[in-house]
Design a protein around this ligand. Structure first.
Ligand code: C5P
Length: 399
């Protein structure tokens, strides 16, 4: 999918994430998008107009009152030229101005003058993002129909950890495509249930057994299925992600809780995707009180958890098309094909979690999809992009 013939005005405001805008413009240009860049004065402290001019191949606009620029393309004409105006990074200051309808520089003036879609990619310190004034302004923008992309969570330039990171350039490019290129909806009228994240198996009131699953792949699948027109139920173990819009989420902790919810929803679903990293075992007895230190060794007795996806795949009535995941550290193909057969799945998506930078907790992944009679390898890319390919592959198998 490309953005040929689409026109984006990228408004860069003054935050440290501005340095990523060169990469963003390059990725948009790779998709044949026409991009014009507008910068605030403070943005120029973080990335130079010359850099942005070089990557966009267009002069950079920065002033509302520049007679030369106005002679080339007046600001109203400029506002009409765009199919999308994306403000990235959007600082708390520009967000506040937008919410108040202030137009005191070229970006904010274009935003008032444009009939185009407007999106912002907020980026700021986590405390500034959490401030009630910023949240109030974002709510106003959402009510005004402005799309708010992100922010992401994690380590910040200032050293803080929290919500406020600008979404990565690849992620923003995908959102531009969703906003500008109408997608087919092959899953319209279909119900999809997805399990995601880890499970937590309690040992006592304060301790548990779990794993490193971040839930990103499962949440990406849920988002992709919504985009393809499906009604989506997500059964999520404990993760740090917010629910994708339009998805109905059931929060669970243990494998047994996840299993109950999965069996309840599977029979009303057309597709069931088991993306959760379900703990294989749980404590035979959960201690009512905190377990005390005992000697140099201790023994825990574990019992097997239900195999959720195998139970779904064995349903004799109302069985959905059932898709599993296999995260392996060796002999990926052999183990994945074994699981496909033993669990009676229709399809399995296998990944090698021993590869550096891929799989658990990462934003990227590489998958091989296996059916009884076929397989395809999907090279490393973002989990969101892969999720869309997986959902399209599943949709192509339904009648
Ligand atoms: O853990 P395992 O490699 O067997 O996981 C393969 C598939 O089985 C995954 O789709 C996972 O969500 C599912 N699974 C499950 N219930 C379990 C264990 C795994 O649904 N108890």
């Amino acid at each position: 999918m490309n953005l040929s013939g689409k026109r984006i005005v990228l408004g860069i405001s003054g935050g440290i994430a501005a340095y990523k805008c060169a990469e963003l413009v390059r990725r948009l240009k790779e998709r044949q998008c026409e991009v014009k860049v507008v910068m605030t004065d403070s943005a120029k402290h973080f990335i130079t107009p010359l850099t942005m001019q070089a990557v966009s191949g267009e002069p950079v606009s920065d002033s509302l009152l520049d007679p030369n620029a106005e002679a080339a393309m007046g600001h109203i004409e400029f506002a009409k030229w765009a199919d999308l105006i994306l403000v990235a990074p959007a600082t708390s200051n520009v967000i506040a101005k937008m919410a108040a309808g202030i137009a005191d520089d070229l970006i904010t003036t274009l935003l008032l003058a444009t009939p185009a879609k407007v999106a912002i990619a907020p980026a700021m310190n986590q405390q500034m993002y959490a401030h009630p004034a910023t949240q109030r302004n974002l709510a106003t923008l959402a009510r005004d129909g402005i799309e708010i992309w992100g922010p992401g969570q994690g380590e910040q330039a200032c050293g803080d950890i929290g919500k406020g990171r600008m979404l990565e350039p690849n992620d923003l490019v995908e959102r531009c495509m969703t906003a500008l290129v109408p997608e087919e909806q092959p899953l319209k009228g279909k119900v999809v249930t997805i399990t995601a994240g880890p499970t937590r198996e309690a040992l006592d009131p304060v301790r548990y057994i779990s794993n490193h699953s971040s839930g990103k792949m499962g949440y990406g699948l849920a988002e992709a299925a919504v985009k393809m027109g499906a009604t989506v139920h997500l059964i999520s173990g404990p993760v740090k992600l917010s629910a994708p819009s339009g998805v109905c989420v059931s929060h669970v902790n243990s494998a047994v809780e996840m299993c109950d919810e999965a069996l309840r929803l599977a029979i009303v679903s057309d597709i069931f995707i088991g993306c959760a990293a379900v703990a294989d075992y749980r404590a035979a007895d959960v201690a009512a009180q905190k377990i005390k230190k005992q000697g140099d060794e201790m023994t825990l007795t574990l019992v097997k958890n239900p195999d959720i996806i195998a139970q779904v795949a064995s349903l004799s009535q109302n069985r959905p098309y059932t898709v599993g995941f296999a995260a392996e550290t060796q002999d990926v193909e052999q183990y994945a094909k074994g699981k496909l057969k033993n669990k009676k799945l229709d399809m399995i998506c296998a990944n090698d979690v021993s590869q550096e930078g891929l799989g658990f907790n990462s934003d990227n992944n590489a998958l091989t999809l296996f059916w009884q009679d076929n397989q395809i390898s999907l090279p490393a890319s973002s989990k969101r992009e892969l999720a869309l390919t997986v959902i399209k592959a599943i949709a192509s198998k339904l009648d």
